[in-house]
Structure formats: structure tokens, C-alpha cells
Design a protein around this ligand. Structure first.
Ligand code: NAP
Length: 534
């Protein structure tokens, strides 16, 4: 049997193959081996210092506007190669076209959005943060805060579920800031990241050292980090703990951003009437979130909360929708939901279903879905499963549901007590249940009464990176519970990792250092006018 191709790493300005046998990547539907990745034997010290010194210096020599032009050029290259990316996603991630689009087009769109934002920053090399502040009675000596790009490397350690978006949503603000990037994609789906980097590198858009990719083991990467570097991690809470406790972070003050797992919720407000538009929107979104990318989305709805009186109606409506989901080989046009990423992920989902099963009833059984064009013995496919806690007391008792992120097409319907007698317009119990997620990326609220929605949103904002509020008037405009838009913050407090990404220009903060310049008005005026570079 001939060996599958070994993907190269791009570090220190050149393509370099690992010296080991490589780790194979598979098609999660057919089980076929596709390519191999390997980072054995790379000179990581050289890779990091090349990026830091050559890539960083070349990027920082450009203005924000000039770097924005490079981002736009990268968008053009990626758009020209979209078909190849879709093919890779189909065979390596097992996703249907619409789900591949979330990753591929979502990534390109985000990059394009930062190109536009960067254009507006103009021909500057640093950014002003606020207005000058007087330090005494005399206005001559003042303090002006500025943001300058950090003179280090941005290391990205990414999760398997977004090999494209996960790269570009981080690389766009980093490169726009003038900070070179080294990306280490999750091994299972590293191919798409590697191919996109290859296309952009081959097009010669960015200076050498600005964009590097390491495919394979993460061993040794964190050891390379120095005080002005930053690391942005996306993945499980378990690996996040390893990153946080690394000496680079604990001893060398490397700035770290963590995007971890999250038990997100959707809440149907207590004033909802049976058969209402709000109820219908809620049902559609929960079903959609469960099935998009087979539920392998960090923002997916895991807990769906409804007033006790609506539990049976919502359960029936959701089960009817989910029953229509065709599951199997994404190459078959009738299939709406493809595969989980690998056998390990399938096994974890099945174990988690068993674990949650002890505290819930099954409202729709994913096992009832026959696979289309896929062999259950090899394909990592599973139908969507809706669980439920039946009673408000059951929702209180089901601690596993509030604690466990099942990274697959699984959600739990949780009824809550909505009698106004408990105060807060019947919201109190629902809010209490949502908060048991201990901090999430997103919560969505469905209802018709603006005042109640506004209050619920403000109650939940402190524990969520994003609150998505849906009334019937925005039904056709809304961007979706799980869709991360570059204009809005992504990240969440507490168990979600405590990180912050995107949010428009706010994302640039992570790649800049803030300093207070204390000087005469004349000096500060020069800086304000952009005379900040040779
Ligand atoms: P993971 O197993 O934690 O892996 C994430 C990344 O860390 C991979 O690149 C992995 O490399 C690397 N890694 C593993 N061990 C490491 C170590 N000791 N030191 C440094 N890096 C190490 O997570 P995953 O299974 O890929 O992703 C699924 C999880 O990510 C889910 O829980 C999901 O909620 C979360 N997620 C969160 C977000 C968000 O924005 N909050 C987005 C997407 C996913 P290898 O692949 O080579 O092992």
C-alpha cells in the first residue's frame, strides 16, 4: 500500500517536512486515510525567532491601512480556491456543504471584515486610546494612552471543529495589528488549515515569517514563548488548564486567551403563548443548532429552557423537526447532517448520552435515524437526540445537564417554573437554571415582550459573551444563535474560558500593548497626528 501524502509545515520562511512517519488524517464517513501530518524534528526555536524578528519587523513597518490591503489580497486568494477547501472539508470533516460554508466562508468573511476595518485605521503605526488627560493644573503636561503592536509572535492552538474560521478569526486581527502568526491546527482536521496557509503563502502576500503553520503535535510550542508573545487557545477545558499552567504563562507573563467549552442555552420567555411566532422561532433555532455541523460548534444550544406549561408542545414540535433530519454521507445531496469528526468523538458522544440519560428522558432518539450512503460500522455518523427533564424539579436535579458539554447533535429540554408568584415576572427560575452553566459563550432569548426581554438580557449579560435576543420582527434579519459575527464579541466568562475575541476593532487589543505617554502637549500632538514612525 502506498503511503498517503505527508503535509509540510511552513516555518522560518520555508516549507519543511517533519522527520517522523506522520499521523494519519481520516475521512470520518468512509474511514479512508487521506494525508499525514508531522512536526517531528522542526527547529522550533528558529521558527519562533524568525517569525518574531523577520515577520514581526516587516509587518510593523507597514501601516494599518497597508496591512488591510494584504488581508484583502488574502481574501481574493482564498476565494479563488474555495472549491478545493470544500472538497477537503467534505472528506476530512465529513460536513455537508452548508456546514462547510460556516467554516470556510465564515472564515473568509471574517478576514474581509477586518480588511475593511483596517482600511479605516489609516496610515498609522500605533493607535490612540482615548483623549489626553491633564496631570496637573497646567494643561501643558498631559497623559495620552497609546496602543502599540506587541513585538512578539501570536501562537494559535486551535480546535478541530473550525479549521478555517478558527484560523482566520484570529489571524485577521493579529496580522492587521502587525503581529506574526504561528498556527497549530488540531491534528484531526489540520489539512484545511494547512492548505489555506499554503495558498496564501504561495501567493506571496505577506512578508516571510508573518504566517507560519505547524501541523502535528503541539509538543514544544509553548516552551518557545517569550514575554512579548501571545497565545490564543481554542479547545477543551482540560487542555486549556495545561496551557494556563505552562511556565510561559505563569512565569514569563505571556498573554493568553482561552476559548473553551460551554453549555450554552436558549430560553423561551414565560409570557410565550402556545402556537405563537416566538415559540416557532425557538423550535426552529434549537433544531438548527443541534444539527449544524452535527452539533460540533462551541456556541451550539445545549440546554433549551421552556415554561413548564409548554414542555409537551415544544418537545413534540422539536421531535417532529429532528425526525426529518437525514443523516449520513455528505456527498449525497439528500443528506442534511454529516458526520462527527472521528471515532473517538463518536464514542464520547455516546458515552455522554448514557451519562445524561440517568437524569433525563429521551424525547427524540438519534439512534432511530437510518444512515444514508454510510456504513454504521465505519461512519462516525449519529442522528440528533433530544433529551428532556420532564419537570421543573427535574431541571433542578439534573446537575449533569448543566455541567456537561456533549460535543455532538444533542440538547436537553428543561422546563422551568414560570409562575409570577416567585417574583421577577416568572423569570427567576429560568435565570437561575441558565446561570448553572457557570458562564457561557452565548444565550438566546425568544419572546415578544420587549421589556421582559431587555430585563432578561441584562440579567444574563454578566455571565455570557453574547446575548442573542429574538423577537418576531427580527426573524428574517437575525444572524442565528450560534453564528459568530466579527462585529460582535466572541468568548465567555467562567467555564467558557474567560476569553474575548472579535467584537470589531476590540479584537486588536489582545495584540497591542497599552502604555501611557506623559509629555508636553507639543510632543503628544505629534503622536496624535501619526508621526509615530520613521
Ligand atoms: P482539544 O483536544 O483540547 O485540542 C485543542 C488543541 O489543543 C488541538 O490543537 C490540540 O492538538 C492541542 N493540544 C492538545 N494537547 C495539548 C497540550 N498538552 N499542549 C498544547 N496543545 C495541546 O480540543 P478539541 O477536541 O480539538 O476541540 C473541541 C473542544 O473545543 C470543545 O470542547 C469545544 O467546545 C471547544 N471549542 C471552543 C471554541 C470557543 O471559541 N470557545 C471553539 C471551538 C471549539 P492535537 O489535535 O494535535 O491534539
Amino acid at each position: 500500500m502506498t503511503a498517503t501524502p505527508l503535509l509540510s509545515n511552513f516555518v522560518a520562511g520555508r516549507w519543511q517536512a517533519g522527520s517522523g512517519a506522520g499521523t494519519p488524517l481520516f475521512d470520518p464517513v468512509t474511514g479512508a486515510e487521506l494525508v499525514r501530518v508531522d512536526a517531528t524534528g522542526l527547529d522550533l526555536a528558529e521558527a519562533f525567532s524568525f517569525a518574531r524578528e523577520q515577520g514581526g519587523a516587516a509587518l510593523r513597518a507597514l501601516t494599518y491601512k497597508q496591512r488591510a490591503v494584504l488581508l484583502s489580497a488574502a481574501v481574493q486568494v482564498l476565494q479563488a480556491n474555495r472549491d478545493a477547501y470544500y472538497e477537503i472539508a467534505t472528506c476530512n470533516s465529513g460536513t455537508v456543504k452548508n456546514d462547510s460554508a460556516v467554516d470556510i466562508d465564515g472564515g473568509i468573511f471574517t478576514l474581509g471584515s477586518y480588511a475593511k476595518l483596517g482600511d479605516g485605521l489609516g496610515e498609522r503605526h500605533s493607535l490612540l486610546d482615548g483623549e489626553p488627560a491633564r496631570l496637573g493644573k497646567d494643561p501643558l503636561f498631559q497623559s495620552q494612552h497609546v496602543l502599540t503592536p506587541t513585538r512578539g509572535v501570536a501562537l494559535f492552538i486551535n480546535a478541530f471543529n473550525f479549521p478555517s474560521w478558527g484560523l482566520w478569526e484570529k489571524a485577521a486581527p493579529a496580522l492587521l495589528s502587525g503581529v506574526p502568526v504561528i498556527v497549530k491546527p488540531a491534528t484531526t482536521t489540520a489539512w484545511l488549515t494547512q492548505r489555506m496557509v499554503q495558498d496564501v503563502v504561495d501567493a506571496g502576500i505577506f512578508p516571510l515569517g508573518a504566517l507560519s503553520v505547524v501541523c502535528g503535535s503541539a509538543a514544544g510550542l509553548m516552551d518557545q514563548l517569550q514575554p512579548f508573545d501571545v497565545v490564543s487557545f481554542t479547545g477543551s477545558a482540560e487542555t486549556a488548564a495545561v496551557i494556563r499552567s505552562h511556565p510561559a504563562v505563569t512565569q514569563r507573563s505571556v498573554r493568553v486567551n482561552i476559548e473553551a467549552d460551554s453549555v450554552n442555552s436558549a430560553l423561551l420567555l414565560p409570557d410565550t403563548q402556545p402556537g405563537s411566532a416566538a415559540l416557532d422561532l425557538f423550535v426552529k433555532e434549537v433544531a438548527r443548532e443541534m444539527t449544524v455541523k452535527s452539533g460540533q460548534k462551541c456556541t451550539a444550544i445545549r440546554r433549551a429552557l421552556v415554561p413548564q406549561a409548554l414542555y409537551a408542545e415544544v418537545a413534540a414540535a422539536l421531535a417532529a423537526r429532528l425526525a426529518k433530519t437525514t443523516v449520513g454521507n455528505p456527498r449525497n445531496d439528500t443528506v442534511r447532517m454529516g458526520a462527527l469528526v472521528n471515532r473517538a468523538q463518536l464514542a464520547t458522544v455516546q458515552q455522554s448520552l448514557h451519562y445524561l440519560g440517568a437524569q433525563t428522558e429521551v424525547l427524540h432518539d438519534g439512534g432511530s435515524h437510518a444512515l444514508v450512503d454510510a456504513d454504521a460500522a465505519t461512519a462516525c455518523c449519529v442522528g440528533p437526540t433530544l433529551l428532556g427533564t420532564r419537570s421543573a424539579a427535574g431541571s433542578d436535579a439534573a446537575d449533569r445537564v448543566h455541567d456537561t458539554e456533549v460535543f455532538g447533535p444533542v440538547a436537553t429540554l428543561l422546563p422551568y417554573r414560570s409562575d409570577a408568584a416567585d417574583g421577577q415576572d416568572g423569570l427567576a427560575h429560568a435565570l437561575q437554571l441558565v446561570r448553572r452553566g457557570q458562564g457561557s459563550l452565548v444565550v438566546s432569548l425568544y419572546g415578544e415582550a420587549s421589556a421582559l426581554l431587555a430585563r432578561a438580557a441584562q440579567e444574563l449579560a454578566d455571565s455570557h459573551g453574547r446575548v442573542h435576543i429574538i423577537t418576531p420582527d427580527v426573524a428574517a434579519l437575525q444572524t442565528g444563535h450560534g453564528n459568530v459575527m466579527p462585529q460582535s464579541l466572541h468568548g465567555g466568562p467562567g467555564r467558557a474560558g474567560g476569553g474575548e475575541e472579535l467584537g470589531g476593532l476590540r479584537a486588536l487589543n489582545f495584540y497591542h500593548r497599552r502604555s501611557a505617554l506623559q509629555a508636553s502637549t507639543a510632543v503628544l500632538d505629534l503622536i496624535k497626528n501619526g508621526a509615530d514612525h520613521d
